[in-house]
Design a protein around this ligand. Sequence first.
Ligand SMILES: [Ca+2]
Ligand SMILES: [Ca+2]
Length: 235
Amino acid sequence: MSSHPDRRIRGFTLIEISIVIALIGFMLGGVVMTVGVQRRQQQETEVRRTLADIREALIGFAASRPEGVPYLPCPDTTGDGVENRGSVNCAQAEGRLPWVSLGLGDSDSWGNRFRYRVSPEFSANGGFGLSAMGVLRVCLRSGCASGELLAERIPAVVVSHGRNGWGAWRVGGGSAPAPSSSDELENADGGDDFVSREHSDAGGALGEFDDRLVWLSPHVLKHRMLQLGRLPEAF
Ligand SMILES: [Ca+2]
Ligand SMILES: [Ca+2]
């Protein structure tokens, strides 16, 4: 006896349909994953480009002071993007990047404000000279132990709190939760030390870290002011 031909055809068709559905599922999963990875890469590329623009905008701000003496902008401490300054000095050394005063966009790739800290000697509107000394430091780890110092005497630091956004001011108002790792906490504690290192999302002893930083070298800043005729003498 032979099996009924229609039943055999229907049976194979159901198996084939199942395989096709499974294959489509795998392919769609792969496409979604690829799109997600591409989106992350775009955001990382975008934030690096924005941070480079911010560095140039800070130098441009210093060079274009109408009084003819260079100084850096103060942080925005009220959330309107405009620097907050007293008659001479900044209201606070740290706050949001003053994006309006700098003519920049208002957030990083993840919808958070950039954090900005500036050394007082570089932000007083009497202008800074060749002997000006920054007080900020960037290190490889929180605590800045011996051998972990990346840069010192820095005039200004800008932080994107990265994909997790922990410690950031939200564009829509309010703040994100505080970071849980000591290295990310170093970038949100309102002090003169910051951490810049490779990213780690896997937990473990070091915990998460996805912050992106840019800072001004005092030598580059002074050299640019000299080139632009904003400082009177050579080193
Ligand atoms: Ca972060
Ligand atoms: Ca710190």
